[in-house]
Design a protein around this ligand. Structure first.
Ligand code: NAG
Ligand code: NAG
Ligand code: ZN
Length: 333
């Protein structure tokens, strides 16, 4: 008996040691998922945000059109910009909202691909650990949601950033909402770590296209507008490391805005369900190329030298389309 408890004490000790070591290394490097592509040097994917409403507010119609366009473009995966489940994230791993707003809605064959998701502020109002749980990945193998991580898809590297903890207002002025801040005990330390990890990953990236994706906007002319903490703390880093696109949701619309101080573009895709907010400011600004107040989604097609971005409405009609070109460096051939 005594021998047994001694052994289990030793075991506990090692479990704690392994846990401490693994969590320490996890905090210095973002997890990277290699996503093999078609092998012809191209990459196609869809971007959708702010969607989970059990099919209502035109979510099902958008899903149907995503299926159609996804088929046409033979997409490799789908990116979700967060606010995955309304109104208050998931209550737990058994919350039927997961199946009713995700599995039962995005049923098209072309959408049976990996979905990479970040969390939005609404997700933080539920049980955050549930959305991150491997249990959901067993329920629907397409699902992959983590706080901050990297998708390495050969010609593109996509840096998924957990932006909600950057917004101090959620901590200091939560109004009648409760947030699940487990894992974000000290927001200042948490966000400083995210930035440190992101900077390290960006500095090491050799991908042709560098894409950063978060829930909150850096630039938006929609309801919420710019997110000042991201303008202050994230934007300078994205410029310094030549990021091509910053993608986000949060505002329930579609937008294309160019950066005034770098070749970067801000692409908003947060129109997966409820939209038509009706407040937009700065439409006639020179850097604002496109704004759609209604439902829709975005597609991205990448080759080593061209990026083609298209925005679709609830009927699947293309509302806006443009290319960004990149010269091949001689040394790269
Ligand atoms: C659904 O989409 C149609 C077409 O854009 C629009 O007229 C309608 O208001 C939308 N419904 C909702 C609830 O947003
Ligand atoms: C835009 O980019 C796509 C690839 O992403 C390419 O197939 C197409 O030819 C480009 N269009 C123009 C006008 O350059
Ligand atoms: Zn949001």
């Amino acid at each position: 008996m005594a021998r047994f408890s001694k052994n289990s004490t030793v075991l506990c000790f090692w479990v704690v040691i392994v846990f401490v070591i693994s969590s320490a290394s996890a905090s210095t490097r973002l997890r990277k998922f290699d996503h093999p592509t078609k092998g012809d040097g191209t990459l196609n994917f869809l971007v959708i945000g702010d969607w989970g409403r059990r099919g209502t507010f035109n979510q099902s119609h958008v899903a149907h059109q995503m299926g159609r366009i996804g088929e046409k473009l033979n997409i490799d995966f789908v990116l979700s910009t967060g606010d995955n489940f309304y109104d208050n994230g998931l209550t737990g791993i058994h919350d039927p909202n997961f199946v009713e707003s995700f599995t039962d809605i995005y049923t098209a064959k072309s959408l049976q691909k990996q979905w990479y998701s970040v969390l939005g502020n609404h997700d933080y109002r539920g049980n955050v650990e549930a959305q991150l749980s491997p249990y959901l990945r067993k329920l629907d193998s397409r699902w992959l949601c983590l706080r901050s991580f990297i998708v390495n898809a050969e010609i593109a590297e996509i840096f998924m950033v957990d932006t909600t903890p950057f917004v101090q207002d959620y901590f200091t002025n939560p109004k009648d909402h409760t947030y699940d801040w487990r894992g974000v005990i000290t927001p200042n330390i948490y966000t400083a770590n995210v930035l440190k990890e992101l900077e390290k990953a960006l500095s090491e990236s050799t991908a042709r296209w560098k894409i950063v994706l978060g829930h909150h906007a850096i630039r938006s002319v929609g309801h919420h507008g710019d997110t000042q903490p991201l303008v202050d703390r994230l934007l300078p880093m994205l410029r310094a490391y030549n990021v091509d696109f910053y993608m986000n949701g949060h505002d329930h619309c579609l937008e294309h805005i160019s950066d005034t101080e770098s070749p970067m573009h801000f692409l908003v895709s947060g129109a997966g369900s409820k939209a038509w907010r009706g407040d937009v400011k700065g439409l006639n600004r020179e850097d604002v190329h496109f704004f759609h107040d209604g439902q829709g989604f975005m597609s991205v097609q990448l080759t080593p030298t061209e990026a083609e971005i298209q925005y679709y409405d609830v009927f699947g009609s293309v509302l806006h389309r443009w290319n960004k070109s990149k010269l091949l460096l001689h040394s790269a051939i």
